[in-house]
Design a protein around this ligand. Structure first.
Ligand SMILES: Nc1ncnc2c1ncn2[C@@H]1O[C@H](COP(=O)(O)OP(=O)(O)OP(=O)(O)O)[C@@H](O)[C@H]1O
Ligand SMILES: [Mg+2]
Length: 265
């Protein structure tokens, strides 16, 4: 029987007295865009941090294509095929956009330090291929004209796209996006939605999207996993979730707190 691409089983993680993720189980089949949604503090980012080995689970298992990720280090999870973006953007601010995207490609290079130091022909060839690949990834995100700009000088929305490009340069099977539309206006968000759908198809990657912009989530997700207080509240197709009374009561239907952040409908 085929494995799901990702299987999270009874996953828990506590920080002191706080149970950030509480016996959470869900499966992601290859090929779609799954929205991971829920109120602030529900544990969504912690799930990404557990999948990518930033944190170790207190208990439970995470299987990628049937293989246990337990005990792996973050770079080993990347090699296994998982890449991510961060809720708080983490780019190499002083490098150009092209260099940001080339970094993970070059890091995969097979050359030793000696060859790199003397820039042998095969090193130069590899650099040229990395540059071409990085440029085509920037192009796929619609930001190839930023290639030679310093990353930190980009407007916020473009930095978020650059982060996605850099994650794609890791050649992932599973791409985790943590609030890629944060801080975007409606037009930027709609354009980002089109980009994410295009990326899913062109890069043949499965996506998990954490997002509070419900319009974006409902527009592009094929499946939803809803968390509340670390646990699974509901799972299913966007239309069913939108009408699920528990989800409406816990999240979708809640009036926005005055001055509070997030859940943009
Ligand atoms: N490193 C940590 N140390 C202590 N507590 C943490 C840590 N990381 C997360 N938490 C706590 O775990 C809970 C879940 O946090 P998490 O960031 O996963 O929520 P979230 O669903 O991503 O929220 P948001 O939508 O606001 O980003 C929160 O109570 C948070 O304060
Ligand atoms: Mg978060």
């Amino acid at each position: 029987m085929a494995h799901p691409l990702l299987e999270v089983s009874e996953l828990s993680r506590s920080f002191g007295g706080i149970c950030a993720v509480n016996s959470l189980s869900f499966r992601i089949e290859a090929g779609g865009i799954t929205g991971l949604i829920g109120p602030n503090g529900a544990g969504k980012t912690t799930v990404f941090n557990l999948i990518t080995a930033v944190y170790r689970p207190s208990s439970g298992a995470i299987l990628l294509d049937g293989h246990d990720l337990a005990g792996k280090r973050p770079y080993e999870v990347v090699r296994a095929g998982v890449a991510r973006t961060f809720q708080n953007i983490r780019l190499f601010g002083r490098l150009t956009c092209l260099e940001n995207v080339m970094t993970p490609i070059c890091a995969r290079g097979a050359h030793g330090r000696f060859a790199a130091l003397f820039r042998t022909p095969s090193v130069r060839n590899e650099e040229r291929r990395a540059r071409e690949s990085a440029l085509s990834t920037l192009d796929a995100l619609g930001i190839s004209d930023t290639a030679n700009l310093i990353a930190s000088t980009l407007p916020y929305g473009l930095q978020r796209k650059l982060e996605i490009a850099r994650a794609l340069a890791c050649n992932p099977r599973l791409l985790l996006l943590d609030e890629p539309a944060a801080g975007m206006n409606d037009a930027e968000m709609s354009e980002l939605g089109d980009t994410i759908v295009r990326v899913r198809q062109n890069f043949d990657v499965t996506i998990i999207l954490i997002e509070h912009h419900i319009k974006l989530v409902m527009g592009i997700c094929t499946n939803l996993v809803v968390m509340e207080r670390g646990a699974l509240l509901a799972e299913g197709k966007p239309n069913d979730i939108q009408n699920d009374e528990r989800v409406v009561a816990a999240y979708l239907g809640r009036p926005r707190a005055s001055g509070g952040k997030k859940r943009h409908v």
